[in-house]
Design a protein around this ligand. Structure first.
Ligand SMILES: *Cc1c(COP(=O)(O)O)cnc(C)c1O
Length: 412
């Protein structure tokens, strides 16, 4: 057993990335092998196994929510969350244009339409002022529901994304959602463990984990996220009806296990016991992973603060980021080369970095969707670059990244 283990760990280091220093590699260091072996030895490999419920409970406890349903991916979690809160075909859902494509794909799976919002220039999160302006000025009430004046479609939900480990500014969005009867779904795929200072404007601020702020929330355990199950996701909510509905839809809408009665079109979206076993072991390491992310962020801050033309990510005083991917903006005028040139220089040095996602309203499948006053996302997309942020990255490797970034500058 031990031989297989060490062999596996060695091959793991090189197998997931062709780079010497990968962007965000998984770290398998706890009880993963032991728990998975237990699954295999016992024959409980599918979604009916006990690790699924244990993993669900561990995430619900961590976030401070009543219930969690483990899914095969974060994308599946988003899809089911949209269905559970009542998003129907031809409805609209407000999402930031700066996010991973899965957020918008899930809206389309539900037959609904994303309405793309800009991001703010400081924290790069869904732009709250523009979102509120859209709701106030560009929508109208009709028969107790809100409609987008331009498209005539019903606006049903807001889906803010906690981008790159930093929370979105939720209070104003939650208030507006309350006022207009909209559901709030958090896409917390990148930000498990981040915290938000809720109700600060009322003089009674309290730190609340992301995932416990909106009506329902989604996490991802893809290989590059802060903890992983290989692939997987989680739906978290404190609404009992919705929690039941999420579980029901994730298991083919099964009503009677003996008679195989299914009440509606369901999905095969539940996580397997093997993946959940990995997940439970990873949850046990979550605080250590977050501490590593903080250590990495601090070292980047110290190493790059003096470098002209590099703008470091800001953390709001109402936010505790987990710095999932440490992301900088490159000002070509001050740095001498642009973000994509820096990207290539890092690649030549064996260092994996990643530009920001292309804003979704610019992508072919979403070109015809409604996009509202988008300005900032385009420049952030042009200048943004995520630097290696693997939990297991060694200090010497990070020092090389910093040296290479600094050495790539071409002062004018
Ligand atoms: C990773 C991610 C997802 C999707 O998660 P998968 O588990 O890969 O399906 C959704 N939204 C955001 C913002 C993500 O980063």
């Amino acid at each position: 057993m031990r031989d297989i283990e060490s062999e596996h760990i060695q091959s793991e280091k090189g197998s997931e990335s062709k780079f010497d220093i990968p962007l965000s590699a998984p770290l398998i260091q706890g009880n993963e092998w032991r728990y998975v072996k237990e699954c295999l030895d016992s024959g409980w490999v599918s979604s009916a196994g006990a690790y699924v419920t244990r993993f669900e409970q561990s995430i619900a406890d961590y976030v401070g929510a009543d219930a969690a349903t483990a899914t095969a991916s974060g994308t599946a979690a988003l899809h089911l969350s949209l269905l559970v809160v009542g998003v129907e075909p031809d409805d609209e859902v407000l999402i930031p244009t700066m996010t991973f494509v899965a957020t918008a794909n899930a809206v389309r799976y539900a037959g609904a339409w994303p309405v793309f919002m800009d991001v703010d220039p400081v924290y790069w999160q869904m732009d709250v002022e523009k979102t509120l302006a859209f709701l106030r000025k560009d929508c109208k009430w009709k028969n107790g529901a809100l409609y987008n004046k331009a498209t005539g479609r019903r606006v049903k939900a807001i889906l803010p994304v906690h981008l790159l480990g930093h929370p979105a500014d939720m209070d104003p969005l939650l208030e507006a959602a309350h006022e207009y009867g909209l559901a709030v779904i958090e896409d917390a795929a990148e930000s498990l463990g981040a915290k938000y200072l809720r109700n600060r404007h009322l003089g009674r601020g309290e730190w609340v984990p992301v995932g416990a702020l909106g009506d329902i929330a989604c996490f991802s355990f893809n290989g590059n996220k802060v903890i992983t199950t290989g692939g997987g996701g989680m739906i978290v909510t404190s609404n009992k009806t919705w929690a039941q509905k999420a579980r029901y839809l994730s298991t083919q809408a099964k009503e009677d296990g003996d008679e195989l009665v299914h009440g509606e079109v369901g999905y095969n979206y539940r996580l397997s016991n093997i993946a959940a076993a990995v997940g439970l072991a990873q949850v046990e390491l979550l605080d250590r992973h977050i501490a590593a992310k903080h250590r990495i962020a601090k070292a980047y801050e110290e190493g790059l603060a003096e470098q002209p033309g590099i703008m470091l990510p800001a953390q709001a005083d109402w936010a505790k980021s987990i710095f999932w991917l440490y992301t900088i903006l490159v000002d070509v005028n001050l740095f001498g080369v642009d973000s994509r040139t820096l990207f290539r220089k890092l690649r030549m040095a064996g260092i994996e970095s990643r530009p920001f996602w292309r804003p979704l309203h610019m992508l072919e499948p979403f070109k015809n969707c409604f996009a509202y006053r988008i300005e900032t996302a385009a420049s952030i997309y042009r200048d943004g670059l995520s630097l290696p942020s693997s939990v297991g990255m060694e200090a010497s490797a990070q020092a090389k990244v910093i040296r290479t970034v600094v050495g790539s500058a071409v002062p004018g």
